[in-house]
Write a protein that binds this ligand. Sequence first.
Ligand code: TRP
Ligand code: ZN
Length: 850
Amino acid sequence: MRDAAPTTIHLKDYEPFGWLIDSVHLTFRLDPGKTRVISRVAFRPNPATRNRDFRLNGEHMTLIRASIDGQDWKPHVRDGILTAQVPDAPFEWVAEVEIDPAANTALEGLYMSNGMYCTQCEAEGFRRITFYPDRPDVMAVFTVRIEGTHPVMLSNGNPVDSGEGFAEWHDPWPKPAYLFALVAGDLVAHSDTFTTVSGREVDLNLWVRPGDEGKCAFGMEALKKSMRWDEEVYGREYDLDVFNIVAVDDFNMGAMENKGLNIFNSAAVLASPETSTDDNFERIEAIIAHEYFHNWTGNRITCRDWFQLCLKEGLTVFRDAQFTSDLRSAPVKRIRDVIDLRARQFPEDQGPLSHPVRPESFQEINNFYTATVYEKGAEVIGMLKRLVGDAAYAEALDLYFARHDGQACTIEDWLKVFEDVTGRDLSQFKRWYSQAGTPRLTVEEAWRDGTFTLTLSQATPATPGQPDKLPQVIPVAVGLLTPNGDEVRATEVLELTQARQSYSFDGLTARPVASVLRDFSAPVVLDHDLSPEQRAFLLAHDTDPFNRWEAGRALAGQCLLDMITEDAAPDTAYLDGLTAVLRDDGLDPAYRALMLGLPSQSELAATLHQRGLIPDPQAIWEATETLRQTTAQHMQDLLPRLRAEAQIEAPFRPDADQAGKRALGSAALALLSRLDSGTQAAADYACADNMTLQLSALSCLLKAGKGEVELAAFYDQWRGDRLVIDKWFGLQVALAAPEQAAETARRLSAHAEFNWRNPNRFRAVFGALAMHHAGFHHASGAAYQLLADWLIRLDPVNPQTTARMCSAYQTWRRYDDDRQALIGAQLDRILAQPDLSRDTTEMLTRIRGS
Ligand code: TRP
Ligand code: ZN
């Protein structure tokens, strides 16, 4: 059976479904090639609408039989839609279908991974399991019976019965089909319990393949911390007797919040000191929290339709960021999130894929699980909280949970609770949800007779389908510093609502230095024309940790741009300022490690483009390398001291404290390796006893053009561990010289262990290639072509992962005519493939533009 025909769905066309569902009973007779699914659904007319069209979604399945109230029925099935004449009264629908999990390589619906059955139903995967109104506003109570011979057979909710060859589950909470899950296979559990605030005991299980038991302890601790945190901070208690997490090797994304049965990409949950880096640990902790937090923000309160995706995703990302800030370091988390936002969301918002946080149309919803919906969506919530204050935010959230529990909601419902609690009109604020594009915030300063005036103006560039933009509400946190570095006053949040507005600060004895957009209080591009001296001053004195870091970042950025465009020498003001900060051992090592980072090469390309210049990826690469080399020389004496500080005597712990020290040590080793051509890194590699140190030493060696022996030894040591071997693949591409990157990826794609059907492995190689700015954009065009070859190959197998990888090309209009011609040819070549998936077609059509 074919996919549904590609059509554009619009937010404005929303209509409720004509039927409500009282209960769903599903029976699965598991068989790899021909699983039978019997559904029994109690429908009744929905009083909210008069439209009684009976339309069920169903794709990639064979209908065996259907009946209504016990009578055989002959429905009409076409293009993924089943229609039937039905009574205008409550009735029981029964259907039996056959599906083929073993042939399901798309990893949507019911599929198999290493002999294990598992499901992925968000957003529209349930329609590959049986005929059903596969839309989030249809919520129902599910009972599931699984028939098969597997030692472990799981579904949502609580276990109700099991025996020889079957297991039954019942989920008392009404839910949309996208939260359905089923797992069956030969799994082992790492188990624990959690006692909720009201004293209920919950069984916790982390299910993994035999052999992975040793990688569960960290994830389990993260789960318990998340459960406690949500009780303490949001007053949210868990609502079932069991909470199961399953690790799966073949998975399109990070993890999925299915009610009571979260399914995780094994890379997003399995961890051990020997095999996982500190960054892996932090990410795993955050994803476990994220999925757990969805239990309230997503599951108990869900989305009316997929246009409202940010309702659950923006809020849940915001909540998991709060959690990480509380458990680790708030400034470090904020800086990392802004780095990530600029690396992933800004390019999206500033290119052909730009779309509002709440999109207004789509062809394939899978293409809208984006950095804009997730990360910008979280930024919007952060702004809202900053505008209304912490107390009102807490009150609004309580009202949200009280008012909307059990409902499928919209952004209007969300904003209304804030309006009701604060009495504030949020209609202008709502533009953050409807206007795409990154606003540019320009700051002008004036100083006269003891009065300092800041004039702020905003402008949002045109984006596809949105030529003209209206002013948004931008909270701009501002601090003023005296010439000796004291704060003049507490940080103030200026609310910019007009295109241009001035704010005066009087009674000052000397002209202050303004620290604008503290804590990155809004997701904008800041245009504040400070002198290098003023930036160096903020780098030395700003009390806002984010803006102190940002001052160093801006200095580095300016220094690199001058090197690129004017062939300037590296700026000593930057190098001196940076060295002073790194010398200050009163500062958190993690924070100092972040200070050593440079703006990414693609960020520099974006800045050049915004200034009307054409970025040359090779020149950007060379400037970055030169600045790195100069920094190493400049800090030569300091590096051994930083390394000494990073020494840890205690046993390995993946906490913020130790991770920060290791991050600083790794950053110092990377600089040192430019001076000693890898001697120290080779010594460090030989005695590394955790993956963070092992990988950082190996990276330094490869970067120095060494490490062939170590690379081979690494492979032999870890050949049985798929997650570590992913790192082995990715590292080689990431660290290749620009002219070698495509060839390295090609060579690795011919490796016996390159299983391209596995999304983690595919991304290890081709994700790394796409992220290698100078390598991907090498003038030969080899990387453009290689990626296109592989996208063409992957598309029929896994459209979702193919479509996501297409975003590698999204910045193509920034570059010179030759590169645009090379990329354009590849886009056309992929688009010309017969039977290209709806996912990939939509992505490439948008990227190509008209
Ligand atoms: N809702 C999931 C999350 O935010 C992500 C998700 C959406 C997903 N679609 C998916 C995960 C498809 C895997 C596959 O955590
Ligand atoms: Zn999510």
